[in-house]
Design a protein around this ligand. Structure first.
Ligand SMILES: Cc1cc2nc3c(=O)[nH]c(=O)nc-3n(C[C@H](O)[C@H](O)[C@H](O)COP(=O)(O)OP(=O)(O)OC[C@H]3O[C@@H](n4cnc5c(N)ncnc54)[C@H](O)[C@@H]3O)c2cc1C
Length: 276
């Protein structure tokens, strides 16, 4: 089977119209770094394909304190943002320079573990997704989206909305080498500490520790109302280790990943504790 049409819509509306017309027969490409891998491996034979690269979904805007990231924004653009947030840090550590110019923020939402690094800081920052279909637009919390990761046939993710970062953030990624490597584990923490150093709000997100990025909510509960001291950090790290659900693959065993979740949650909290 060969590709009979490759669409390059110029607006979001045109892209949605094409989705409405062709539904699941139309293969959507953000940067294509996952889709084209499937094509090269003979696992996907798209008859109809659509690139989002020119659909007006590649902007990053600040609006009312929120960051709005178009779904087709290249990861390299996020790495170059100047807000010193965990988002930029994660983007700068994703893949290598060539990959980051192609790979998009929207495509990353659909990447299966151990990929999907951007979802980790986005979860810790409590991001929302804007989804559009024929005649409708709505937002959904990223956490809810990740639990099913399914869209209706006529829908696309249009943008990612990130609230202004509260408190302090940390992002750490463990790979098998320094760059261009999938995560063995990734950890993002966003925490608000009061004037006594007690934690009043915290979100811990884990990557490559479950089929999709997840919050470590039991570990978060350990921290609320406490200072980031050694015993508390240790208890939270152990809790994250117990509640994650990693897989074994060619990079690492589930056992090793679970151990590293403990180590890296500990390191991230330690980093935040020391920066107070
Ligand atoms: C060498 C290499 C290294 C890599 N390293 C990493 C890494 O370190 N970390 C990491 O997380 N990933 C990594 N990846 C995986 C991948 O490159 C990234 O996850 C990337 O962000 C995927 O984005 P994309 O735009 O290329 O996805 P695509 O291949 O374009 O799309 C992926 C899926 O998402 C769907 N999709 C894309 N955009 C939308 C949208 N707006 N609405 C609805 N559906 C959409 C597509 O239809 C497809 O099903 C790597 C890949 C390679 C080849």
């Amino acid at each position: 089977m060969s590709t009979t049409a490759f669409f390059v819509p110029r607006t979001v509306e045109q892209a949605i119209d094409l989705k409405r017309e062709h539904g699941k027969n139309l293969v959507v490409l953000g940067g294509g770094t996952i889709v084209m891998g499937l094509v090269h491996d003979g696992l996907l034979f798209p008859k109809l394909a659509m690139s989002l690269a020119r659909a007006g979904m590649s902007d990053v805007r600040r609006r009312d304190g929120w960051l709005e990231i178009g779904a087709a924004t290249p990861i390299a653009r996020l790495a170059a943002l100047k807000g010193a947030t965990t988002l930029e840090r994660a983007a700068g550590m994703l893949g290598g320079p060539a990959l980051r110019t192609l790979a998009t923020a929207g495509g990353n939402l659909f990447a299966k573990a151990p990929y999907g690094d951007m979802c980790v800081p986005l979860l810790a920052m409590d991001a929302e997704l804007e989804i559009a279909g024929a005649g409708r637009r709505y937002t959904v919390p990223l956490e809810q989206f990740l639990s099913r990761r399914s869209l209706k046939n006529d829908e696309l993710v249009v943008s990612i909305h990130v609230p202004k970062a509260q408190g302090r953030g940390a992002y750490l990624k463990l790979g098998r080498r320094q760059a261009n490597t999938p995560s063995v584990v990734a950890v993002a923490v966003q925490a608000v500490l009061d004037t006594n150093g007690k934690c009043t709000d915290v979100r811990i997100a884990l990557g490559a520790a479950a089929p999709q990025a997840v919050r470590a909510k039991k570990a978060e509960a350990v921290l609320i109302g406490r200072r980031l001291e050694d015993a508390t950090i240790k208890a939270a790290a152990e809790s994250a280790q117990a509640e994650c659900n990693p897989a074994t693959d060619s990079l690492a065993s589930a056992w090793y990943r679970r151990e590293m979740v403990g180590v890296f949650v500990h390191r991230a909290l330690d980093e935040l504790g020391r920066s107070t």
